[in-house]
Design a protein around this ligand. Structure first.
Ligand code: ADP
Ligand code: MG
Length: 149
C-alpha cells in the first residue's frame, strides 16, 4: 500500500494543532505507521528542501522549519500521496479551500502548518530521510474492512 511523509511544522506544534491534524488523517481512514516529535537539524532541513535552494524564501524557510519541534509522520493508504495533498490544501493558506488543513488553520505561506510529500518518488525519499525502517509499524486497522471495499 502507498505511503506518504507528513510533517506538522513548528507553528502547528506551537499552536497545539497536532491532535486536530492527526485526527483528520485518522478519521479519513489513513493509517498512521510512523510518528515522532523531533527538531530538524540544519543539515536535514537543507536535504529535505534542496529543491528550493536559491529561491527568495529559502533562508526564511530554513529558519522556520528548524525553529522548534515538528511532528514527523508516515501515513499509509490508497492513493495516500495525492489524497493527503488534497486534505492539506494549497501552499498559500489564504488560497487553500475551507475544509483543508491550511485553509482552516492558517494565513501565510511562510506559516502554513504542515508539509506533505508531492509525489510517490518524493515520499520514498522523504520517508527515508526522516525514518529508519524499524521505526515504521506494520499492522492492520481494525476498521480496515469498513474502509476498503
Ligand atoms: N513565497 C513563499 N514565501 C514564504 N514561504 C514559502 C513560499 N513558497 C514556499 N514557501 C515555503 O516553502 C515550503 C515548500 O514550498 P512548496 O514545495 O512550493 O510548497 P508545498 O509545501 O505546498 O509543497 C512551503 O510549504 C512554505 O513553507
Ligand atoms: Mg513541496
Amino acid at each position: 500500500m502507498e505511503r506518504t511523509f507528513v510533517m506538522i511544522k513548528p507553528d502547528g506544534v506551537q499552536r497545539c494543532l497536532v491532535g486536530k491534524v492527526i485526527q483528520r488523517f485518522e478519521e479519513k481512514g489513513f493509517k498512521l505507521v510512523g510518528a515522532k516529535l523531533m527538531t530538524i537539524s540544519p543539515e536535514l532541513a537543507g536535504e529535505h528542501y534542496k529543491e528550493h535552494v536559491g529561491k527568495g524564501f529559502y533562508n526564511s524557510l530554513m529558519e522556520y522549519i528548524t525553529s522548534g519541534p515538528v511532528m514527523a509522520m508516515v501515513l499509509e493508504g490508497k492513493d495516500v500521496v495525492s489524497a493527503v495533498r488534497t486534505v492539506v490544501g494549497k501552499t498559500n493558506p489564504l488560497e487553500a479551500s475551507p475544509g483543508t488543513i491550511r485553509g482552516d488553520f492558517g494565513i501565510e505561506t511562510g506559516r502554513n502548518i504542515i508539509h506533505a510529500s508531492d509525489s510517490v518518488p518524493s515520499s520514498d525519499r522523504e520517508i527515508g530521510l526522516f525514518f529508519k525502517p524499524e521505526e515504521l509499524q506494520g499492522y492492520e486497522r481494525i476498521d480496515n474492512v469498513w474502509l476498503y471495499e
